[in-house]
Design a binder for this molecule. Structure first.
Ligand code: 4GW
Ligand code: MN
Length: 343
């Protein structure tokens, strides 16, 4: 019996298919040409083929570091801000290179120790000698109402201390805010000739690990360690439009803590002048921003973004949660008895 016509056609087609498959298996290059011609490659994720679709490219190439939305990491945990300023974490910088770049840089450290806060000055300065800008040219600018009571620490080479007398304000809020007024004067008159960068710090802190030239930039500020995982609508910015420190909902990137910030001397002159003017404007209206000069600092930094942001490695408090995210705790808040230090 002869095979039917359909059977012959079917068998021939099978034979042709078999030949194609065996040629492809033998020659993979021809296989990929075949795939491209027939469009098989269209769904393959190839970063280089999707340059016109930036968001898809970023997502599937896992470059989430630059993303600041729900698909990416929290803005605070990145190594760069959305305006492309570095966020300083351990491991992102090479200290040897930076030290070489800054070998002639002159750095100032500005600190206020008035009334009962003079007790914090000794540990602050002693730990600074161990951890702050070691090997660099450092001038401490200490402002106090009790110059005779300051014990100078043993200081390394290239380091010196200036003591400046300042009157003690009655209200602690005024003591804290007075720093902005003093800064406007001293950055203009004295520091402009003496130093290149100024670092401003609270005195109720101790240095606990390396803090060096990696923090320096035109204008830098530190994330508040209690807010770094919060969303901006939860930040304790000044929210009353009547205040000069007002920041509307929807604006702002980080909540910065006034316990550590700095920059080039002329930048700190501009920053302190703006904050001091804001404080004076509020005083005329008989109001005070919710967190005094820290509120004005945050307002300034929303509209004059820092060129470098310091991660919570640079201000930490051991009472806070999420400490496991912070590898190096470089500058620690001293736990104080608030009743005891109240003036
Ligand atoms: C409450 O009674 C006080 S006293 C709040 C601040 C006081 C204070 C602050 C003071 O009596 N003397 C003084 O020199 N200061 C300076 O302002 C000092 O440099 C201190 O670190 C800075 C900011 O005050 P603070 O450290 O108490 O602020 P927080 O609580 O934000 O760390
Ligand atoms: Mn403090």
């Amino acid at each position: 019996m002869l095979p039917s016509k359909q059977y012959v056609i079917g068998a021939t087609l099978m034979m042709v298919l078999l030949i194609i498959v065996s040629i492809c298996l033998y020659n993979p290059e021809r296989m990929s040409q075949f795939k491209q011609k027939t469009g098989w490659l269209q769904n393959v994720n190839d970063c280089s083929q999707k340059l016109d679709d930036k968001s898809t490219e970023l997502a599937h190439c896992e470059r989430n570091l630059l993303m600041n939305d729900l698909n990416g990491r929290k803005a605070s945990l990145n190594a760069v801000t959305s305006w492309l300023a570095p966020i300083i974490w351990d491991g992102i910088y090479n200290l040897k290179t930076l030290n070489e770049q800054h070998k002639d840089t002159r750095i100032g450290l500005f600190v206020f120790a008035v009334k009962k806060y003079i007790r914090f000055l000794g540990p602050f300065l002693e730990t600074a000698e161990h951890f702050f800008m070691v090997g660099h040219n450092v001038t401490y600018y200490v402002f106090t109402d009790n110059v005779n009571n300051v014990v100078k620490p043993k200081m390394g080479e290239g380091r010196n201390l200036q003591l400046h007398e300042v009157s003690a304000d009655k209200r602690w809020q005024d003591v804290s805010m007075r720093r902005m007024e003093i800064l406007t004067a001293i950055t203009k008159e004295r520091m402009a000739n003496e130093i290149d960068y100024l670092v401003c710090a609270d005195v109720d802190m101790v240095f606990n690990d390396h803090m060096g030239v990696e923090i320096l930039g035109d204008r830098f500020a530190t994330m508040h360690p209690a807010y770094f995982l919060d969303e901006p609508q939860g930040f304790s910015y000044e929210r009353r439009p009547i205040s000069a420190a007002y920041i509307p909902y929807g604006e702002g990137d980080f909540y910065y803590m006034a316990a550590l910030y700095g920059g080039k001397v002329e930048e700190i002159y501009k920053l302190s002048t703006a904050c001091h003017n804001g404080i004076k404007e509020d005083q005329k209206k008989n109001i005070e921003a919710v967190w005094q000069e820290e509120s004005h600092l945050n307002r300034y930094l929303v509209y004059n973004k820092p060129t470098k942001v310091l991660s919570p490695e640079y201000i930490w408090d051991t009472d806070l949660p999420n400490g496991e995210l912070i590898k190096r705790k470089r500058f620690l808040a001293v736990h104080k008895n608030h009743e005891e230090v109240r003036n």
